[in-house]
Design a binder for this molecule. Structure first.
Ligand code: HEC
Ligand code: HEC
Ligand code: HEC
Ligand code: HEC
Ligand code: HEC
Length: 344
């Protein structure tokens, strides 16, 4: 008997086959057949060769993400002296997290480093790949691993040195069962799965969800209310990300308030929005000022000129009439915990 699922699978496998052929014509060395080992043993081959031929959409999403670029990223190379520092290698070119356990950092993969966080760094098991369900007859042998479906799966790399979890552990998101993947790997529209794409600081549309905001004129000040809607501090872990509020009155020099993580050697206070924090800023209105404006700006790189910053929100008032603008709708409303989730 042929079920709908079988038909769908056959179609998918056929499509995957076509993709392998298409790839073979241009990047033959990367998808060369002939590796007799099962896919889960191929962490020494590029993710494209090991997994991408059959999971091309996932591959394309991952390829654009910082997970893929964890070893090639220029910021990281500069800070690690091109990985001359051995202590910096493990998470930027990791062996499978399940080989070491979800409560410790992964071991360093000393081959195929340029693939960064490989598909198998997250999915690799001894006898298949970690997944949300069992598919015993698939070539990569997916197996349901409940721990893989919790936030703990992100812990081995995101806590030991960069401390996302200390923050997440005391967040409302965690309390209501919203996991890292519920925000960072949202369900895709065109397949039953989650996007592996770059849903972080390099995607301004995504960053807009981080902060709910409101601006109002209150007597002789403009009051800006900001609420952090991520499951951690805002801006999140990566130190080069900068969030700024700019106040302008007529043609005067703007007033800036900057939020960023201090570098390791800086004495600057960590003035980022704390987990679930609501913060109010007040900008005094100069006497007689007519044109008042607020902009919420996002700079993923510290040296980005103001004009190139992404605008997360804007408010302006020409005449002095009361006005309120709110980015509430754009925030991350805690989604329902996914049915397949084992809890955060
Ligand atoms: C030769 C083709 C092939 C290769 C290579 C392959 N897979 Fe798969 N994979 C499949 C098929 C077929 C399925 C089952 C899809 C289905 O039933 O919808 C699957 C399912 C999965 C699933 C579970 C999907 C779900 O719907 O829950 C995961 C996770 C997965 N693969 C990861 C990987 C990883 C990681 C690699 C590389 C190490 C890999 N696969 C290599 C063909 C492949
Ligand atoms: C325990 C795992 C782990 C180790 C060890 C580690 N990193 Fe990272 N690194 C991460 C993760 C996860 C991120 C992404 C989130 C973040 O920035 O906190 C990251 C991001 C970075 C970034 C920012 C990249 C960007 O896109 O701008 C730099 C720079 C960096 N790491 C440098 C280092 C240096 C230097 C060391 C060694 C002293 C090191 N890392 C060791 C896990 C690790
Ligand atoms: C095996 C190590 C490892 C694991 C496991 C891991 N990460 Fe990462 N992640 C990294 C590293 C390293 C970086 C930083 C790469 C860089 O900036 O160069 C990163 C970057 C990111 C970023 C920024 C991505 C972008 O493209 O802007 C997000 C978001 C992220 N990780 C979320 C997650 C989530 C959610 C999980 C759990 C499902 C997870 N990570 C599991 C190592 C890991
Ligand atoms: C940072 C960790 C991480 C990396 C790297 C990663 N995955 Fe995943 N993958 C996950 C998580 C988490 C899920 C979702 C589990 C769930 O449903 O909650 C997932 C789901 C999947 C699925 C199920 C179906 C779907 O479309 O979501 C497939 C197939 C898959 N991954 C393949 C891959 C392939 C191929 C690569 C490399 C190109 C890869 N993954 C890289 C963590 C990762
Ligand atoms: C409620 C939604 C939500 C949850 C839960 C959440 N995040 Fe985030 N995260 C965001 C948003 C929105 C951003 C972008 C703004 C920022 O940098 O803070 C972000 C930023 C990040 C960044 C910086 C990415 C970059 O490129 O600058 C990393 C790394 C990250 N999150 C990792 C995690 C990890 C790991 C977890 C789980 C422990 C997690 N996040 C939980 C919403 C969430």
């Amino acid at each position: 008997m042929t079920t709908t699922r079988d038909t769908a699978r056959a179609a998918r496998v056929a499509r995957a086959g076509a993709i392998v052929l298409a790839l073979a014509s241009c990047r033959i060395e990367e998808v060369a057949p002939g590796d007799p080992r099962p896919p889960w043993q191929q962490i020494d081959r590029p993710s494209l060769a090991a997994c991408g031929g059959c999971h091309f959409e996932v591959y394309e999403e991952w390829e654009r993400s910082l997970h893929h670029r964890a070893w090639s990223n220029e910021n990281v190379r500069a800070e690690t002296n091109a990985f001359a520092q051995p202590g910096c290698r493990a998470c930027h070119s990791p062996l499978p997290i399940f080989a070491t356990g979800l409560d410790r950092r992964p071991a360093y993969r000393d081959v195929n480093q340029w693939d960064g966080v490989h598909c198998l760094s997250c999915h690799g098991l001894d006898d298949g790949v970690a997944a949300a369900r069992d598919v015993p007859d698939a070539p990569c042998r997916p197996r349901r691993v409940p721990d893989f479906l919790t936030a703990q799966a992100c812990w081995p790399c995101h806590e030991p040195t960069h401390h996302a979890f200390e923050e997440y552990d005391r967040s409302d998101a965690r309390a209501v069962g919203v996991r890292c993947v519920d925000c960072h790997m949202q369900p895709t529209l065109h397949r039953a799965g989650r996007s592996h794409g770059p849903h972080g600081g390099l995607d301004p549309e995504f960053v807009k969800r981080a902060v709910a905001w409101q601006v109002e004129r209150a007597g002789d000040v403009v009051r800006v209310t900001l609420r952090n809607r991520t499951g951690h501090k805002f801006p999140g872990e990566i130190p080069s990300r900068i969030f700024q509020v700019r106040f302008t009155a007529d043609d005067a020099e703007p007033t800036w308030v900057t939020f960023r993580k201090p570098g390791k050697t800086e004495t600057r206070a960590d003035d980022r929005l704390d987990v679930d924090e609501t913060r109010r800023l007040e900008f005094p209105i100069p006497a007689g000022a007519r044109r008042l404006a607020i902009a919420l700006l996002w700079k993923p790189f510290p040296l980005l000129p103001d004009e190139a910053a992404a605008v997360l929100g804007e408010w302006s008032e020409e005449s002095g009439a009361p006005a309120v603008e709110s980015g509430e709708e754009a925030g991350v409303s805690p989604p329902e915990a996914s049915p397949e989730a084992g809890g955060p």
